[in-house]
Ligand binder design. Structure first.
Ligand code: DAH
Length: 339
């Protein structure tokens, strides 16, 4: 048995050394240490060893078993390491290879126009304020001098949830909220989504406005006109001409509408401006004193001016696009064009 054990030790050492893959190693392990393995057989045979030889043979058996087990573990570690190294070698990524070309993204035309307008206004000293898109009839109409029976409500076909709750039709609603909470003097702009039941080439049921409101002592129509001229020139270029026409809004008195010379043809006349050379861009006016008083600002002391720009419209003029619906179709070809 002693001979047998020494032979096993020697052979196992040699055989394990030669193995080169995990599968053969597992098989070899079974041959020695498995249920019917060579060493297992010897262990079973211990029963027949005379008792005086048992301690010596027993120690030898243990020694050989430990040796064989460790040899297997060492080989297993070695193969694992080899496998890992091969994997690292094969899966190496060459970061110096040129890429297949990546697609450049861009802001949506409405988002980039919003950013431009906000930039211009913040430079002129305005702070940005927001309000809810689901609004009460009170803020959307009532508090800006448009009571229930007012004919101006017909100009805006609204989406009502209940008699008193609607999707705001104008960011002007936030004017009343600001007057309620802010102490004059203040200068605010309100960019945001607005909703009207209207859909054709120049109207979308959801559109974007930028409201402006200045409240201070001694502000006038002259200040408003000056500020709008500066804004339009910064937006469309220094050579832009700005035209003011009298108009009507319930919340301003007097009210004006503002046209800019067509950014596409520079006033010569083209398809975009229907050969008029000008495009209507925004409404504005001196805040109606009724609105100031109604919302808790003393109109004897304070005056105000306000304006409301259609952001989608501004972005269309900027890019020469004549169909507002294209802005919201998410057609990648259109979005690429406006990059
Ligand atoms: N709220 C108006 C609209 O949606 C736009 C507007 C006109 C806003 C005059 C104003 C303003 O602040 O003074 O048609």
């Amino acid at each position: 048995m002693e001979q047998e054990l020494k032979k096993i030790k020697l052979e196992a050492g040699e055989e394990i050394e030669k193995v080169e893959d995990k599968k053969s190693l597992a098989q070899l392990k079974l041959n020695y240490l498995g249920k019917n393995g060579k060493l297992t057989a010897i262990l079973k045979g211990m029963r027949d060893v005379p008792s005086e030889d048992r301690p010596r043979i027993g120690a030898l058996v243990n020694e050989v078993r430990t040796f064989v087990e460790e040899a297997f573990s060492a080989k297993e570690r070695e193969l694992l390491q080899k496998e890992l190294e091969e994997k690292l070698q094969n899966e190496k990524v060459d970061i110096t290879l040129p890429s297949k070309g990546s697609k450049r993204g861009a802001l949506h035309p409405v988002a980039s126009m919003t950013d431009r307008l906000i930039d211009i206004c913040v430079n002129l000293g305005f702070s940005v304020v927001e309000g809810p898109e689901i609004e009460s009839d009170y803020y959307n109409f009532e508090a800006v001098n448009t009571p229930k029976s007012h004919p101006a409500r017909d100009m805006q076909d609204s989406f009502y949830f209940t008699d008193n709750v609607l999707l705001r039709t104008q960011t002007t609603a936030v004017q009343a909220r600001a007057m309620e909470t802010m102490k004059p003097p203040f200068k605010i702009i309100v960019p945001g989504k607005t909703y009207r039941n209207d859909s054709d080439a120049t109207h979308s049921p959801m559109f974007n406005q930028l409201e402006g409101l200045v409240v201070d002592e001694n502000v006038s129509m002259a200040d408003l006109k000056n500020m709008l001229s500066i804004m339009m020139k910064r937006l469309f270029g220094e050579d832009t001409c700005v035209r003011f026409r009298p108009s009507y809004f319930p919340f301003t008195e007097p009210s004006i509408e503002v046209d800019v010379s067509c950014p596409q043809c520079h006033g010569k006349g083209c398809k975009l401006c229907k050969n008029t050379g000008y495009l209507e861009l925004l409404g504005a006016g001196v805040v109606n004193p009724k609105v100031l008083d109604f919302n808790g600002i003393n109109s004897k002391k304070y005056k105000g001016f306000a304006f409301g720009i259609g952001i989608d419209r501004a972005s269309m003029l900027f890019t020469g696009n004549t169909d507002m619906r294209s802005l919201f179709k998410n057609d990648i070809r259109f979005l690429k064009q406006s990059r």
